[in-house]
Ligand binder design. Structure first.
Ligand code: ADP
Length: 170
């Protein structure tokens, strides 16, 4: 496909610490609706991430290789709506899992709307078995040596093993 025909672009922002099959599911849904998706990694240092923003972006890039140039992974600083505007995004995509996500996302979207009235946010639901999946759960499981292979792409499983084998050293 010609670059200039790739018109409908969505931004999918998040911490992706690390990317999970839940994120992958939302991204694949977004790719059915948009020509391109920019997966935008927020550094979110306040959340004390396990992986640096650069590591998270590299891991996501590796996990998303099969989508070719329909997916781009970028780190963004500052306001997400500003980033989306610069990308000429048609919409922002977020995943909705349980009711617990709803209140936070509702509040976030209300303030984003004030900042960028023309930017729509689209909420997508993952497959049932991914509803309970979060990056925090994966990190906890991996830190105890649990099997994360059903929940994350292969390169993430390897990266988690490596991270926890070095952080658990005496
Ligand atoms: P944030 O810090 O912005 O919440 P996350 O990486 O935790 O970053 O999540 C990014 C987006 O992906 C959010 O919209 C979140 O709801 C969604 N998401 C995360 N895990 C899942 C999942 N298992 N199923 C569906 N959406 C998910």
């Amino acid at each position: 496909m010609e670059q200039n025909t790739l018109k409908r672009l969505a931004v999918y922002p998040g911490s992706f610490d690390p990317i999970t099959n839940g994120h992958m599911d939302i991204l694949e849904r977004a790719l059915r609706l948009f020509d391109r998706v920019v997966l935008a990694v927020a550094p979110n240092e306040k959340k004390k991430p396990l992986f640096s923003a650069a590591e998270r972006a590299d891991l996501a890039r590796e996990a998303l290789l099969r989508f070719g140039d329909r997916v781009e992974v970028t780190i963004f600083n500052g306001l997400m709506v500003e980033f989306a505007r610069k990308q000429n995004a048609t919409a922002v995509v977020r995943g909705l899992r349980l009711i617990s996500d709803f209140e936070f996302e509702f509040q976030l979207n209300l303030s984003n709307r004030k900042l960028a009235p023309n930017l729509e946010t689209l909420f997508l639901m993952p497959k049932d078995h991914l509803i309970f999946l979060s990056s925090s759960f994966i990190k906890e499981l991996a830190s105890f040596g649990g099997d994360v292979s059903p929940y994350v792409p292969q390169n993430i499983e390897a990266a988690l093993k490596q991270k926890y084998s070095t952080t658990n050293l005496p």
